[in-house]
Write a protein that binds this ligand. Structure first.
Ligand code: ADP
Ligand code: MG
Length: 737
């Protein structure tokens, strides 16, 4: 390497570092190029300005100290292989002689670097171990003398034992020496850099790795976060423009068709949210481009009705519609409630039906051959106006004459391919309406669902009673007793009760979508904290309830994903009709189930469920004007980390607040589902919640730049940055909407 050699992002590291070091970088981090190495950003910075004195270290805080090594001692570990390096240091600042112990597990590097008498800057969290303050596994940086402490912040990188922080800094110094604007041209237009007050690319690389001040380091981070958000928003804006250029059949409806007939028979008035969403959807349908809209509304806000009215508008225009539900139970419920809502208007093909009537049909995997044939024929002949179904709708043999609208309920359970499979059933792209009860904070909506238009329904239909939520500590025997009495009180009033358990039986793991053979271990309750009794099963709870004298005259049913669909249907019917007063179920009832007379939701071993699941479950009660109660029972102590989640759910019924606390708990990778697919998260710097304002700015900026053009002709550098960035991972990510 010559000193003035200039790099591009593609320059290989072995040409910069030599083969040996390059190989080590690749082993440690998987990086091969200069561009990848430069994107290895520090986790944080350590700086002199925040030095603490050993004598007043606050327990639990992150601190930085400058100290001198007094002793180094190596011990074998008894319980596992490896060794523990204990380093005792004393304050190198001033006369204070306090000492502090530090421990390093398998501290090979520390053992080499930290000799008695050497001075270093240490940084880590203060803990108490056997009554002494201690830093465990601190970051450190060797100094020649205490006085000589570098006044500049020291970046702390994600590092490995074999490739520690110091070495990363050395490698980056070599790389940064060859980085110049000619090899790393700026692709963000200058005017945008100025209004956003962010440094250029090259300067940002320098400043994130070697800042003069911590502030400079964070400003550089902002540049990269903005860059990510901006490229993402440009890609999304281009997709929106592209979609608007695609043809779709406009569905104008008719002034005296099914929709107007239906509206006249409606037994209630639409909520404000239903009216507004309905108008937004209706306006989309009459345009000659495919609608791609997300209908977001709290549990019980009446999304089905909004979807049904949209379907009727399409049917009035001669088209057919499909409603895709994630589970058999839900498909059945949609079918039943649509039939009920439409009355004779939905009895098409049956004797004595209204002449305007359309045919509503259901297609699920469990139909017998004759039923399936009938459903397939109805769709293929064009006679069926509304086909409700599960994944079975996606099969190749399902065809329509003119599929104009696809409604997807609870979209988080469907992937890109499935929506594409539905799209491909029409010659011209159909309109698409996606419904979800999962509250999506604005910034997530702008990223994860970036190219969907959003209709939001905040209001619930009138007559919804409030739901009160309580934690029930099961360690207290009196509380266990109280739980069952509470159930009995409710059934005595003629009301109905759900009892939700995490698992079906001792033998298997529960999940509607897991094969029955799934490994129960993998479904183990969230692994933090001490072991607890195995979580409750539907089978066990059935036994318990059925053996209790107070329930001797009460009809109790079970519902879970391993029952046949006939059994499920029968159980649901029994509960729906009020014949069964108690339904013991798994989370199959999480979405959509709608029984107005149900007033109590009991969730056993509630820590097994996530925030949004608990919120959804709770939304199953209080739907018919009777106040609802949700009891979340747990064996865990109140200060157990998992109980915080339950307390969050207990403290508010606002789904948006809950969604945010849910997201704050998780990394953005989880939000994007990247962690499930095993691919790397497409967003490396950006944090969906923390960078909310920045994402909003990036979106406005991207929109004004794209403004009707699919390609950024006047910004070729930017266009290729977008294209380079939208790789396969990203493509899948973008299409999650
Ligand atoms: P979700 O949005 O959770 O899917 P649903 O569509 O299941 O909610 O509606 C919940 C219940 O509210 C249904 O029984 C439905 O018939 C009823 N409902 C819908 N809209 C209204 C309204 N405007 N007034 C009264 N009840 C309504
Ligand atoms: Mg619903």
């Amino acid at each position: 390497m010559t000193p003035n050699q200039l790099f591009t992002p593609e320059t290989t590291l072995d040409s910069v570092l030599g083969t040996a070091t390059a190989r080590k970088v690749e082993t440690a981090f998987g990086y091969v190029t200069v561009g990848e190495m430069l994107a290895h950003f520090p986790r944080r910075y350590m700086e002199i300005g925040e030095l603490s004195k050993i004598s007043d270290l606050p327990v639990g805080d992150d601190v930085t100290i400058v100290a001198e090594v007094q002793s180094v001692n190596q011990r074998r570990m008894q319980s596992r292989s490896g060794f523990l390096l204990e380093v005792v240091v004393s304050d190198a600042l001033g006369p204070d002689q306090s000492t502090l112990r530090m421990t390093f597990f398998n501290g090979f590097e520390a053992k080499r670097d930290l000799q008695v008498g050497s001075t270093a800057m240490f940084s880590g969290k203060v803990t108490i171990y056997r009554n002494h303050l201690e830093l465990t596994q601190p970051d450190y940086s060797l100094l020649d003398t205490a006085a000589d402490a570098d006044p500049r912040p020291i970046p702390i990188y994600p590092a490995t034992a074999k490739f520690p922080n110091k070495k990363i800094r050395d490698v980056l110094a070599l790389v940064l020496a060859g980085v110049s604007p000619s090899g790393f041209p700026e692709f963000i237009p200058e005017a945008i850099l100025e209004t956003q007050r962010i440094p250029t690319r090259v300067l940002a690389y320098e400043n994130i790795h070697r800042p003069q001040t911590v502030g400079q380091g964070y400003a550089a981070r902002t540049r990269f976060a903005f860059e990510e958000a901006f490229l993402l928003q440009l890609a999304l804006a281009q997709r929106r423009v592209y979609r608007l250029q695609q043809p779709a059949i406009a569905r104008h409806g008719s002034s005296d068709g099914l929709l107007s007939a239906f509206d006249k028979t409606l037994p209630f008035t639409l909520t404000d949210g239903q009216i507004t969403s309905g108008m937004e959807i209706s306006a989309d349908l009459v345009r000659g481009h495919p609608m791609n809209r997300l209908l977001q509304g709290e549990v019980g806000s009446g999304k089905t009705l909004v979807a049904l009215r949209a379907m009727l508008q399409v049917i009035d225009s001669g088209g057919q519609t499909a409603l895709l539900a994630p589970t058999e139970v839900l498909a059945q419920q949609h079918y039943q409630s649509i039939r009920k809502l439409l009355g004779s208007l939905g009895a098409g093909g049956e004797l004595g039906s209204d002449p305007r009537a359309t045919r509503v049909d259901i297609l699920t995997g469990s139909l017998n051959t004759a039923q399936r044939k009938k459903a397939l024929l109805g769709a293929a002949s064009g006679e069926t106006g509304i086909l409700v179904g599960t994944h079975a709708l996606l099969a190749d043999m399902v065809s329509f004459v003119d599929l104009g609208l696809v409604v997807v309920d609870e979209q988080h359970r469907f992937g890109v391919e499935q929506r594409d499979a539905m799209r491909s059933k029409a010659e011209t792209p159909p309109h698409m309406l996606v419904m979800t009860a999962t509250p999506i904070p604005r910034t997530v909506a702008m990223t994860v669902f970036g190219d969907l238009e959003i209709s939001l329904m905040k209001s619930l239909p009138p007559g919804r009673a409030p739901i009160s939520t309580h934690l029930v500590p099961l360690q207290i025997p009196k509380m266990q007793q109280r739980l069952f009495t509470r159930i009995a009180e409710e059934t005595a009033k003629g009301h109905q009760v759900y009892v939700v358990c995490p698992r079906i039986s001792e033998k298997t793991a529960e999940d509607d979508f897991l094969p029955a053979a799934a490994d129960p271990e993998s479904e183990a309750p969230a692994g933090d904290g001490p072991p607890k009794p195995a979580s409750m099963t539907v089978e066990k709870m059935m036994e318990i309830l059925e053996s209790m004298p107070i329930f001797a005259d009460t009809e109790i049913r079970a519902l879970h994903g391993r029952m046949s669909s006939d059994e499920k249907f029968e159980a649901m019917q029994a509960f729906d009709s009020g014949k069964a007063a108690i339904l013991v179920a798994t989370t199959v009832i999480e979405v959509g189930v709608d029984v107005h007379n149900a007033t109590l939701m009991v969730i056993i071993d509630a820590e097994n469920f996530g925030i949004s699941q608990l919120h959804q479950l709770r939304g199953r009660v209080g739907r018919g004007g009777l106040p609802g109660t949700c009891l979340m029972a747990t064996w865990l102590d109140a200060d157990h980390p998992s109980v915080a989640r339950l307390q969050a759910v207990e403290s508010t019924t606002d789904g948006f607040i809950l969604a945010e606390s849910d997201l704050n708990e998780r990394r953005e990778g989880d939000i994007l589902g990247a962690s499930q697919s095993g691919s790397k998260s497409a967003l490396k710097v950006l944090r969906v919640m923390k960078d909310a304002k920045l994402i909003a700015r990036a979106r406005t900026t991207a929109e004004s730049l794209v403004a009707g053009e699919v390609s950024l002709d006047s910004y070729p550098g930017l266009q290729s940055a977008v294209e380079a960035w939208v790789d396969e991972d990203m493509q899948a990510f973008l299409e999650r909407g």
